[in-house]
Design a protein. Structure first.
Length: 324
């Protein structure tokens, strides 16, 4: 059992035997290459809005996750992570941006070679959205965004863009975009994770690792970059959601894992609880706690429950020490 599987099984209620296990890299399925056409630098013509955006897309976490960096003509920036989850036979994508958006999509490639991802909303929701990558060649592709108000019976195109591949063009990184003082992401609650920002050395039972945490996209998003023993690598994107009055986090890694969490600060610690994937056993849940927080150290504890959170058992505990 590897670290990624420990985390995933924690969400399903596995209670022990995780922290001491060394990760093993599984064979990558062929489907992870379905979005390879998207890798590289592109000029993006925005047909409805006007103007030309830039898109810079790279493979991260040992090429298992695709990171998109999207630069709007007006200076706003967006970022997405996409991963193929073999057990679910589908792609999962998280989109965040400097306007405060936090959107999750799910889907895959159809028989015609088009990539279709639909906004992940509860079944029966009338308002749904989807994106479609089509007319794919080595030099570019079309990207269209559709919305529906009747559960997907009828679709209206809301955005149409054309991606044209660039060669030998350098783009600024999203972290270099200045903070907008009127950003929707600046608030007291959005600062609750500030203690996590920085570079850390990690120590747990029979294991060590590192973690680098920074703010990106005009301080709207907290990005995590975790590295553990045996080549295990992964990361998360976290955002404070004012309308929901909670934090949301998505984790992806080089073993094709996708996990979703939500929660917040309880006065003494940060607590995020898993949002179970479809098909998860009833009553099984996991949670993360950042606690015993000092300027240069804290403890991160991952816990599992088999009774809807009535009781919890520690699965994995990590001691964080700030690197100087």
């Amino acid at each position: 059992m590897n670290l990624s599987m420990c985390v995933a099984l924690g969400a399903l209620g596995a209670m022990s035997g995780c922290a001491a296990q060394a990760p093993k890299k599984p064979a990558a399925p062929d489907e992870i290459h379905q979005l390879d056409f998207w890798l590289g630098d592109f000029d993006v013509t925005m047909h409805q809005r006007g103007g030309v955006a830039r898109s810079h897309n790279v493979a991260i976490f040992n090429d298992r996750v695709i990171e998109e960096n999207f630069f709007y003509p007006d200076g706003h920036v967006g970022l997405s992570w996409s991963v193929y989850v073999a057990k679910q036979d589908q792609w999962r994508q998280i989109w965040v941006d400097s306007r405060g958006s936090f959107l999750q999509f799910v889907g895959g490639q159809d028989d015609e070679g088009q990539m279709k991802l639909t906004l992940d909303v509860p079944a029966g929701t009338p308002k749904v959205q989807k994106m479609v990558f089509s007319n794919i060649t080595e030099e570019g592709h079309e990207w269209r965004y559709y919305s529906s108000t009747d559960g997907g019976e009828h679709w209206t195109e809301t955005f149409h863009t054309t991606f044209e591949r660039l060669h030998f063009r350098e783009l600024v990184e999203s972290k270099d975009i200045p903070v907008n003082p009127e950003s929707p992401c600046i608030s007291d609650e959005a600062g609750q994770f500030d203690f996590w920002i920085g570079d850390w050395d990690l120590d747990w039972a029979n294991g060590k690792g590192t973690n680098s945490i920074d703010r990106i996209l005009g301080d709207c998003v907290i990005r995590e970059n975790f590295a553990g023993a045996g080549g295990f690598a992964g990361g998360s994107l976290s955002m404070w959601r004012p309308k929901e009055k909670q934090w949301r986090q998505i984790w992806m890694d080089n073993q094709g894992t996708h996990l979703s969490f939500a929660g917040g600060w309880d006065g003494e610690q940060m607590v995020l609880v898993s949002e179970p994937p479809a098909g998860a056993p009833n009553g099984r849940a996991s949670r993360m706690r950042w606690h015993d927080i000092e300027d240069d150290s804290f403890v991160w504890t991952y816990e599992g429950s088999g009774d809807d959170g009535a009781t919890w058992k520690t699965i994995w505990e990590i001691n964080y020490t700030r690197r100087r």
